[in-house]
Design a protein around this ligand. Structure first.
Ligand code: ADP
Length: 476
């Protein structure tokens, strides 16, 4: 099998070692082999991006917009084919894979518009005969580190704004999803990417990822809390602007007056779809007394109906988890939950299917307390708990009693409670009668507390990270 290379300075360059990308639905299926960049190649990529940056920043906004628009068109036209690759490599269902590529296309399309739309402000000075003008300038060379759970969408929402605003970049994708990253770079290249403007360095986190901080002007990371904290420390020590999107332990509050079928669908989708491998997944279902038993029974019934299986098989609702390590981690949390006295009422077991893969039954614990480890730590799998609450006030307090703060949802027919929740929940995203996951591409995304650090991603807010604001004073 050919070893696919890294794109550095417009050349596809081999590495000394390589990794295999394995299909989590069928471990006999090797998606590809990929060269691993060492620290020296990362430095080469930073240098290539640095050399390409002035010319890229000097292009017209139309040139930048055209690259993004053409990329959007190709991704959309090939969404089924590339979506299948996403499913094969990341274990998403076919619909989720196609949906994610469509999303990536929309993101490139949105930033094709932003490239020509962004501007500055004219402000009056407080002094006579002076005008003040703000403008946005590129920040320079941006390092991007991405996870495997949205291998093309997250790459897109970092690459597209970086390019739109005149930056050059290097991307270090997850070791789990190099094929999708390579495909995206081939699309960019085919649609006019100049040499060095965007560089791809597949590699190990601790080697290639850690090396990125040296020499870049800004670093955007999505991944685990532990890695994010480490990267933030080295970035700040080098005065590198940093943006982190990390985990969640997202609550979904269900009040007595909720529309029961709607609340059950919100929980089912938010907790278990995409095998729970979304940082916005609902993992704590906080349910008030009056609806608790009915909600739990109805959710269990729906959980039994969902099909877990090969991501590309017809009828699959939930694909595998990403790898053996993740499967074992979920199993460990199931043991922890039992030890802590929580009651496992659904799932908890690994599933056998006709292909060897990492299939995990959707899992539900009840009778849990918010201070249990299963309610404090992110599991990142099809794993949810139910926490019983007396009333809305207690439910809100429980929702906020967490180190995380990415997304939070409430299911209720009460305008008063929905409004109070939206205003008082400590999270970056608040969802009313909707799953905690499932977002648009043109609005800001990000959290508070331990979930996020730095400016918001996506939408016009992305400019706050990917540009520097200059303030000019003009006398006349
Ligand atoms: P996950 O457990 O979800 O894979 P990680 O934080 O380990 O989360 O991985 C997210 C991204 O961070 C991946 O691209 C990974 O290679 C990278 N990474 C892991 N460790 C480091 C590190 N020490 N420095 C920089 N990047 C890292």
């Amino acid at each position: 099998m050919d070893i696919q290379k890294n794109l550095i300075g417009g050349e596809w360059i081999a590495g000394q070692e390589s990794i295999a990308s394995i299909n989590p639905s069928d471990t006999n299926d090797v998606v590809g082999r990929f060269a691993l960049a060492e620290a020296a190649q990362v430095r080469q990529a930073v240098a290539a991006a640095r050399a390409a940056q002035p010319a890229w920043a000097a292009t017209t906004t139309q040139v930048r917009s055209d690259l993004l628009q053409r990329t959007a068109h190709e991704l959309f036209a090939r969404r089924e084919q590339i979506g299948e690759l996403v499913s094969r490599e990341a274990g998403k269902t076919r619909a989720e894979g196609i949906g994610e590529v469509t999303r990536a296309s929309q993101i490139f399309g949105f930033f094709a518009g932003e490239a020509v739309r962004y501007g500055g402000e004219n402000l009056p000075s407080v002094r006579p005969n002076i005008g003040v003008q703000t403008s946005r300038e590129p920040i320079g060379v941006v390092g991007l580190i991405t996870p495997w759970n949205f291998p093309i969408a997250i790459a897109a929402w970092k690459i597209a704004p970086a390019l739109a605003f005149g930056n050059t970049l290097l991307l270090k994708p997850s070791e789990e999803t190099p094929a999708v990253a390579s495909e995206l770079f081939r699309v960019l290249e085919r649609n006019g990417l100049p040499a060095g403007v965007a560089n791809l360095v597949n590699g190990h986190g601790a080697v290639a990822g850690a090396a990125i901080v040296d020499g870049v002007d800004a670093l955007s990371f999505t991944g685990s809390v532990a890695t994010g904290r480490k990267l933030a420390q080295s970035a700040v020590a080098k005065m590198v602007r940093v943006q982190l999107e990390m985990g969640g332990k997202n609550p979904l509050v269900v009040l007595d007056d909720a529309d029961l079928p709607q609340a059950v669908e919100c929980a089912l989708n938010g907790a278990f779809f995409s095998a729970g491998q979304r940082c916005t997944a609902s993992s704590r279902l906080i349910v008030t007394d009056g609806i608790h038993d009915r909600f739990v029974e109805a959710l269990r019934a729906r959980m039994r109906e969902v099909q877990v299986g090969h991501a590309l098989a017809a009828g699959t609702d939930i694909g595998p988890v990403i790898n053996q390590r993740q499967l074992e981690m979920i199993q460990r949390y199931i043991a922890v939950g039992k030890d802590e006295g929580a009651r496992l009422i659904e799932g908890g077991n690994v599933l056998e299917r006709s292909t060897p893969g990492f299939f995990m039954a959707p899992t539900l614990f009840v009778d849990t307390r918010n201070d249990m480890r299963i309610n404090r730590e992110e599991v990142f799998g099809p794993f949810a708990t139910v926490i019983r609450a007396r009333d809305y006030e207690e439910a809100l307090a429980l929702a906020n009693d967490t180190e995380y703060g990415l997304s939070a949802g409430i299911c209720t027919q009460s305008h008063k409670h929905a409004t109070h929740f939206r205003l008082n929940v400590k999270s970056g995203l608040a969802m009313v009668n909707l799953p905690t996951a499932g977002l648009d591409y043109h609005v800001p995304f990000g959290g508070t507390k331990g979930s996020s650090f730095g400016p918001r991603e996506q939408g016009s807010y992305a400019a706050d990270f990917y540009t520097l604001t200059k303030t000019a004073y003009i006398g006349h």
